[in-house]
Design a protein around this ligand. Structure first.
Ligand code: CTP
Ligand code: MG
Length: 246
Protein backbone atom coordinates (compact mmCIF):
# COMPACT_ATOMS: atom_id res chain seq x y z
CA UNK A 1 0.00 0.00 0.00
CA UNK A 2 0.93 3.65 -0.36
CA UNK A 3 0.13 6.94 1.37
CA UNK A 4 -0.68 10.50 0.31
CA UNK A 5 -0.15 13.48 2.60
CA UNK A 6 -1.94 16.65 1.43
CA UNK A 7 0.38 19.40 2.69
CA UNK A 8 -0.27 22.24 0.26
CA UNK A 9 -2.48 24.35 2.51
CA UNK A 10 -1.59 27.84 3.65
CA UNK A 11 -2.82 27.53 7.24
CA UNK A 12 -4.93 30.66 7.14
CA UNK A 13 -6.66 29.99 10.48
CA UNK A 14 -3.32 29.43 12.20
CA UNK A 15 -2.20 32.85 11.04
CA UNK A 16 1.51 32.02 11.39
CA UNK A 17 4.32 33.46 9.28
CA UNK A 18 4.62 30.14 7.43
CA UNK A 19 2.18 27.30 6.63
CA UNK A 20 1.26 25.49 9.86
CA UNK A 21 2.73 22.16 8.70
CA UNK A 22 6.18 23.75 9.01
CA UNK A 23 5.77 24.95 12.60
CA UNK A 24 8.23 23.32 15.00
CA UNK A 25 6.72 21.32 17.82
CA UNK A 26 8.18 18.65 20.11
CA UNK A 27 11.47 18.53 18.24
CA UNK A 28 10.39 18.50 14.59
CA UNK A 29 8.07 20.22 12.16
CA UNK A 30 4.45 19.08 12.22
CA UNK A 31 4.93 17.69 8.71
CA UNK A 32 7.96 15.62 9.70
CA UNK A 33 6.02 14.17 12.65
CA UNK A 34 3.23 13.27 10.20
CA UNK A 35 5.62 11.64 7.75
CA UNK A 36 7.33 9.72 10.60
CA UNK A 37 4.08 8.11 11.65
CA UNK A 38 3.45 6.71 8.17
CA UNK A 39 7.13 5.99 7.48
CA UNK A 40 7.32 3.67 10.49
CA UNK A 41 4.52 1.43 9.17
CA UNK A 42 6.17 -1.29 7.09
CA UNK A 43 3.11 -1.94 4.93
CA UNK A 44 3.38 1.56 3.45
CA UNK A 45 5.80 1.36 0.53
CA UNK A 46 5.71 4.90 -0.71
CA UNK A 47 4.54 8.29 0.63
CA UNK A 48 3.54 11.08 -1.75
CA UNK A 49 3.59 14.56 -0.23
CA UNK A 50 1.49 17.18 -2.06
CA UNK A 51 3.09 20.61 -1.63
CA UNK A 52 2.56 24.08 -3.02
CA UNK A 53 4.62 24.15 -6.23
CA UNK A 54 6.75 27.02 -4.87
CA UNK A 55 7.21 25.47 -1.40
CA UNK A 56 10.78 26.05 -0.26
CA UNK A 57 10.37 24.80 3.32
CA UNK A 58 10.22 21.09 2.54
CA UNK A 59 13.87 21.23 1.46
CA UNK A 60 14.77 21.22 5.19
CA UNK A 61 12.76 18.08 5.96
CA UNK A 62 14.63 15.12 7.35
CA UNK A 63 12.88 13.02 4.69
CA UNK A 64 14.34 14.80 1.66
CA UNK A 65 16.31 12.21 -0.30
CA UNK A 66 14.43 9.24 1.13
CA UNK A 67 13.41 6.79 -1.60
CA UNK A 68 10.16 6.11 0.20
CA UNK A 69 9.08 9.78 0.05
CA UNK A 70 8.17 11.68 -3.12
CA UNK A 71 7.19 15.31 -3.45
CA UNK A 72 4.34 16.16 -5.87
CA UNK A 73 2.51 19.39 -6.64
CA UNK A 74 -0.65 20.18 -4.69
CA UNK A 75 -3.64 22.16 -5.96
CA UNK A 76 -5.94 24.97 -4.91
CA UNK A 77 -8.10 22.76 -2.69
CA UNK A 78 -7.35 19.78 -0.48
CA UNK A 79 -9.12 17.42 -2.89
CA UNK A 80 -7.19 18.86 -5.86
CA UNK A 81 -3.97 18.21 -3.93
CA UNK A 82 -5.00 14.63 -3.19
CA UNK A 83 -6.16 14.04 -6.74
CA UNK A 84 -2.87 15.23 -8.18
CA UNK A 85 -0.91 12.93 -5.88
CA UNK A 86 -3.15 10.00 -6.86
CA UNK A 87 -2.55 10.68 -10.56
CA UNK A 88 1.21 10.62 -10.01
CA UNK A 89 0.89 7.41 -7.97
CA UNK A 90 -1.14 5.74 -10.72
CA UNK A 91 1.87 5.99 -13.05
CA UNK A 92 3.65 3.52 -10.77
CA UNK A 93 1.00 1.62 -8.81
CA UNK A 94 -2.06 -0.33 -9.93
CA UNK A 95 -5.72 0.56 -9.35
CA UNK A 96 -6.05 -2.13 -6.69
CA UNK A 97 -3.34 -0.83 -4.41
CA UNK A 98 -4.64 0.66 -1.17
CA UNK A 99 -3.88 4.31 -0.51
CA UNK A 100 -4.03 5.96 2.91
CA UNK A 101 -4.70 9.70 2.70
CA UNK A 102 -3.57 11.52 5.82
CA UNK A 103 -3.64 15.26 6.59
CA UNK A 104 -0.26 16.87 7.17
CA UNK A 105 -2.06 18.79 9.91
CA UNK A 106 -2.61 15.61 12.00
CA UNK A 107 0.93 14.99 13.23
CA UNK A 108 0.03 12.69 16.10
CA UNK A 109 -0.95 9.25 14.83
CA UNK A 110 -0.29 6.47 17.35
CA UNK A 111 1.20 3.37 15.64
CA UNK A 112 -1.39 0.97 17.09
CA UNK A 113 -4.24 3.15 15.80
CA UNK A 114 -2.74 3.19 12.31
CA UNK A 115 -2.16 -0.60 12.45
CA UNK A 116 -5.78 -1.27 13.36
CA UNK A 117 -7.04 0.97 10.56
CA UNK A 118 -4.85 -0.74 7.96
CA UNK A 119 -5.88 -4.21 9.20
CA UNK A 120 -9.54 -3.29 8.63
CA UNK A 121 -8.83 -1.67 5.24
CA UNK A 122 -7.10 -4.86 4.06
CA UNK A 123 -10.13 -6.87 5.19
CA UNK A 124 -12.60 -4.58 3.40
CA UNK A 125 -10.74 -3.06 0.44
CA UNK A 126 -13.86 -2.34 -1.62
CA UNK A 127 -15.53 -0.38 1.18
CA UNK A 128 -12.46 1.28 2.57
CA UNK A 129 -11.96 2.52 6.12
CA UNK A 130 -11.18 5.71 8.01
CA UNK A 131 -10.46 6.79 11.54
CA UNK A 132 -13.29 8.53 13.36
CA UNK A 133 -14.36 9.26 16.92
CA UNK A 134 -17.85 9.26 18.39
CA UNK A 135 -19.06 12.71 19.34
CA UNK A 136 -19.31 13.38 23.09
CA UNK A 137 -21.30 16.57 23.20
CA UNK A 138 -24.93 17.08 22.27
CA UNK A 139 -25.04 18.22 18.66
CA UNK A 140 -27.14 21.17 17.54
CA UNK A 141 -28.04 21.77 13.93
CA UNK A 142 -28.34 25.52 13.49
CA UNK A 143 -30.65 27.52 11.27
CA UNK A 144 -28.82 29.01 8.32
CA UNK A 145 -27.93 32.67 8.36
CA UNK A 146 -30.49 33.52 5.68
CA UNK A 147 -33.25 32.06 7.86
CA UNK A 148 -31.87 33.96 10.84
CA UNK A 149 -32.21 37.22 9.01
CA UNK A 150 -35.90 36.64 8.42
CA UNK A 151 -37.75 37.69 11.48
CA UNK A 152 -35.44 36.38 14.20
CA UNK A 153 -34.04 39.55 15.53
CA UNK A 154 -33.92 37.90 18.97
CA UNK A 155 -30.57 36.28 18.06
CA UNK A 156 -28.90 39.64 17.47
CA UNK A 157 -27.03 40.13 20.71
CA UNK A 158 -24.52 42.66 21.93
CA UNK A 159 -21.92 40.21 20.49
CA UNK A 160 -23.44 40.35 17.01
CA UNK A 161 -25.77 37.85 15.39
CA UNK A 162 -25.51 34.47 17.09
CA UNK A 163 -26.80 31.20 15.60
CA UNK A 164 -30.04 29.66 16.80
CA UNK A 165 -30.93 25.98 16.99
CA UNK A 166 -33.03 24.43 14.24
CA UNK A 167 -32.92 20.96 15.81
CA UNK A 168 -30.92 18.57 17.93
CA UNK A 169 -29.29 15.62 16.18
CA UNK A 170 -29.16 12.15 17.69
CA UNK A 171 -25.64 12.03 19.05
CA UNK A 172 -25.64 8.21 19.11
CA UNK A 173 -25.30 8.32 15.33
CA UNK A 174 -22.71 11.06 15.00
CA UNK A 175 -19.02 10.37 14.52
CA UNK A 176 -16.29 12.86 13.64
CA UNK A 177 -14.17 11.87 10.66
CA UNK A 178 -10.40 11.93 11.03
CA UNK A 179 -7.64 10.71 8.75
CA UNK A 180 -6.06 8.45 7.55
CA UNK A 181 -8.78 7.39 5.13
CA UNK A 182 -7.94 4.27 3.12
CA UNK A 183 -9.39 3.25 -0.24
CA UNK A 184 -8.28 1.52 -3.41
CA UNK A 185 -6.23 3.89 -5.53
CA UNK A 186 -8.35 3.55 -8.68
CA UNK A 187 -11.69 3.77 -6.83
CA UNK A 188 -10.65 6.89 -4.96
CA UNK A 189 -9.25 8.64 -8.01
CA UNK A 190 -12.49 8.01 -9.93
CA UNK A 191 -14.64 9.15 -7.00
CA UNK A 192 -12.70 12.39 -6.57
CA UNK A 193 -12.77 13.14 -10.30
CA UNK A 194 -16.56 12.63 -10.36
CA UNK A 195 -17.03 14.79 -7.26
CA UNK A 196 -15.02 17.53 -8.93
CA UNK A 197 -17.04 17.23 -12.17
CA UNK A 198 -20.29 17.45 -10.26
CA UNK A 199 -19.06 20.43 -8.31
CA UNK A 200 -19.57 18.65 -4.98
CA UNK A 201 -17.46 20.31 -2.30
CA UNK A 202 -15.50 17.46 -0.74
CA UNK A 203 -13.59 17.89 2.53
CA UNK A 204 -12.57 14.27 2.92
CA UNK A 205 -12.10 11.18 0.77
CA UNK A 206 -14.97 9.24 2.35
CA UNK A 207 -17.54 11.81 1.16
CA UNK A 208 -16.44 11.26 -2.43
CA UNK A 209 -16.82 7.47 -1.97
CA UNK A 210 -20.21 7.91 -0.26
CA UNK A 211 -21.43 9.90 -3.27
CA UNK A 212 -20.68 6.74 -5.33
CA UNK A 213 -22.83 4.64 -3.00
CA UNK A 214 -19.97 3.14 -0.98
CA UNK A 215 -20.33 2.84 2.81
CA UNK A 216 -16.85 3.13 4.30
CA UNK A 217 -16.06 1.56 7.68
CA UNK A 218 -15.31 3.73 10.71
CA UNK A 219 -12.41 2.56 12.84
CA UNK A 220 -12.19 4.19 16.29
CA UNK A 221 -9.42 6.76 16.16
CA UNK A 222 -8.12 8.87 19.00
CA UNK A 223 -8.38 12.44 20.23
CA UNK A 224 -4.62 12.51 19.75
CA UNK A 225 -5.25 12.41 15.98
CA UNK A 226 -6.64 15.95 16.21
CA UNK A 227 -6.20 18.33 13.31
CA UNK A 228 -4.05 21.30 14.20
CA UNK A 229 -6.08 24.30 13.06
CA UNK A 230 -5.82 27.33 15.39
CA UNK A 231 -2.96 28.71 17.50
CA UNK A 232 -4.66 27.30 20.62
CA UNK A 233 -4.18 23.75 19.24
CA UNK A 234 -0.39 24.03 19.44
CA UNK A 235 0.05 23.47 23.16
CA UNK A 236 -2.26 20.49 23.09
CA UNK A 237 -0.53 18.87 20.12
CA UNK A 238 2.84 19.40 21.77
CA UNK A 239 1.53 17.54 24.81
CA UNK A 240 0.16 14.67 22.70
CA UNK A 241 3.35 14.41 20.61
CA UNK A 242 5.54 14.23 23.69
CA UNK A 243 3.22 11.60 25.17
CA UNK A 244 3.49 9.54 22.01
CA UNK A 245 7.28 9.57 22.11
CA UNK A 246 7.42 8.20 25.64
N1 CTP B 1 -4.34 21.07 1.97
C1 CTP B 1 -3.75 20.79 0.74
N2 CTP B 1 -4.03 21.59 -0.34
C2 CTP B 1 -4.86 22.64 -0.22
C3 CTP B 1 -5.49 22.92 1.03
C4 CTP B 1 -5.22 22.09 2.12
O1 CTP B 1 -2.98 19.85 0.61
N3 CTP B 1 -5.08 23.42 -1.29
C5 CTP B 1 -3.99 20.23 3.14
C6 CTP B 1 -3.43 21.02 4.31
O2 CTP B 1 -2.04 21.27 4.12
C7 CTP B 1 -3.74 20.14 5.48
C8 CTP B 1 -4.98 19.37 5.05
O3 CTP B 1 -5.14 19.60 3.66
O4 CTP B 1 -2.72 19.22 5.77
C9 CTP B 1 -6.20 19.80 5.85
O5 CTP B 1 -6.52 21.16 5.54
P1 CTP B 1 -6.61 22.34 6.61
O6 CTP B 1 -6.47 21.83 7.99
O7 CTP B 1 -7.80 23.14 6.24
O8 CTP B 1 -5.25 23.16 6.32
P2 CTP B 1 -5.11 24.58 5.63
O9 CTP B 1 -5.98 24.62 4.42
O10 CTP B 1 -3.65 24.80 5.44
O11 CTP B 1 -5.63 25.55 6.76
P3 CTP B 1 -6.70 26.76 6.60
O12 CTP B 1 -7.95 26.12 6.06
O13 CTP B 1 -6.82 27.33 7.96
O14 CTP B 1 -6.07 27.71 5.60
MG1 MG C 1 -8.18 24.51 4.62
Amino acid sequence: MIAVIPAAGIGQRMGAALPKQYLECAGATLLDHTISALFAESRIQKIYIALQPDDHWFASSRYVGSEKVERVDGGDTRSASVLNALSVALATFSNDVLVAVHDAARPCLPPEVLRKLLDVAYEFPAQGALLAIPVRDTVKYVADTAALNVGNSSSVSSYGQLPIIARTLDRENIWLAQTPQVFRLGDLQRALVLAEQHGVGITDEASAMEARGIQPILVPGSRMVMKVTDPEDLELIEFYLSKLKR
